[in-house]
Design a protein around this ligand. Structure first.
Ligand SMILES: Cc1cc2nc3c(=O)[nH]c(=O)nc-3n(C[C@H](O)[C@H](O)[C@H](O)COP(=O)(O)O)c2cc1C
Length: 359
């Protein structure tokens, strides 16, 4: 079976090329996830490091899907959305009963404390809900090869342009996706198991980048930053306005640990930092402002509501290097359909050019 056929079998409601909404912690909740799936993509709820409200988010998603007139075709009554976890920060024992009860189509694992832990999560999740597919987000060839021990169904290959957390040291999807693809296929073939489906993440916001990711060898794409500007995102207006306003993401965003430090988000390994829009907090940290004072100023801005976000303000604004291509707030459904159809148009253009010797 081809990878596209596998995707269509496992997630029967999707249309291809596949557009996935990243499980952005506490921003991607039921409204966003269900809207993305309804448009033929796969929406994820971002549980992140906190599963205390996850059951209610999943219940809300069930309800939203029931209220809508169209029933999405699923396998064996699975919930046609996924759930994403930041594994080092979540208690496995609290999570498994939720997976068992709500049976999401996919469980997305990211940043486990060890491969042994990833294998335990995978095994227990599969025991609790055998039809829930296991997705693992990785950021290097080494991580991809190590993750094969858990036999994931999908590998999300995260390039360094990605918004939010990822490896401090990395490469863009341009080199990472084909090298991961070659490595995992080689190992799977030699060992006689089916290689995971590969999806690309990091810097993909529209049709051209989605088409490029498919050309690199991905079977679909994951978008985070673009969905920060979705009407259904659970995000403050000040944050969302920044995502739409900012251009030239290579210059206006940065990978850093400063924002985690200021917010007191401890627990991330030294290997990980996060990409966000450069603001006053970062500039002051760079100039050597004392961390305690920077924190105090941060907390002051937290009380300003939407005015707490902006180039001269301080609130953390995680977003990827593709932020300059996010130009308007739109519904998640139209975003999914636009990116999908634009990607096909780009690929058709090149196919026609190749056929007539004009490439
Ligand atoms: C605001 C934000 C929050 C994120 N939270 C998570 C998360 O909780 N878990 C996770 O696996 N990835 C998270 N990510 C990373 C995404 O999974 C994905 O790799 C990234 O958004 C892709 O790059 P893009 O933002 O350029 O589309 C987050 C990304 C953003 C922008």
């Amino acid at each position: 079976m081809t990878d596209i056929a596998r995707l269509k079998t496992d997630y029967p409601w999707i249309e291809t090329p596949l557009i996935v909404g990243a499980p952005m912690r506490l921003i991607a909740l039921a409204d966003l996830a269900t809207e993305i799936s309804r448009a033929g993509g796969i929406g994820f709820i971002g549980a992140g490091t906190d599963v205390s409200n996850l059951a209610s988010h999943l219940q809300a998603a069930q309800q939203l899907l029931q209220n809508q007139n169209t029933t999405l075709p699923t396998r064996e009554g699975m919930l046609p959305i996924g759930v994403g976890f930041i594994n080092w920060g979540v208690a496995l024992s609290e999570t498994i009963p939720i997976i068992e009860r709500y049976r999401p189509a996919a469980a997305w694992f990211f940043a486990p404390s060890s491969i042994a832990s990833l294998m335990e999560w995978t095994e227990k999740s599969r025991n609790a809900s055998p039809e829930t597919k296991i997705w693992v987000q990785i950021g290097s060839v080494r991580e991809a090869v190590d993750a094969l021990n858990a036999r994931p169904d999908v590998l999300v290959v995260q390039g360094t342009d990605a918004g939010g957390h990822g490896l401090v040291q990395g490469a863009s999807i341009v080199s990472l996706v084909p090298e991961v693809d070659d490595a995992v296929r080689g190992i799977a073939r030699a060992a006689g198991f089916e290689a995971p489906v590969i999806l690309a993440a990091g810097g993909i916001v529209e049709g051209r980048s989605a088409a490029a990711a498919l050309a690199l060898g991905a079977s679909g794409v994951v978008l985070g930053t673009r969905f920060l500007a979705a009407k259904e995102a659970n995000i403050a207006k000040g944050y969302q306005d920044e995502v739409v306003r900012v251009n030239d993401g290579g210059q206006t965003t940065v990978r850093t640990k400063v924002y985690d430090d200021l917010r007191g988000t401890t627990g991330w390994a030294q290997t990980h930092n996060a990409r966000g829009i450069i603001n006053r907090s970062f500039k002051d940290a760079l100039k050597g402002l004392d961390e305690a004072e920077n924190k105090r100023l941060y907390e002051q801005d937290m009380r300003k509501g939407d005015a707490g976000w902006g180039a001269e303000a301080r609130m953390t604004t995680y977003a990827g290097a593709g932020v300059g291509l996010v130009r308007a707030i739109a519904g998640a459904g139209p975003i999914v359909r636009d990116v999908r159809s634009q990607a096909v148009k780009v690929l058709e253009k090149f196919t026609r050019a190749a056929a007539s010797g004009k490439l």
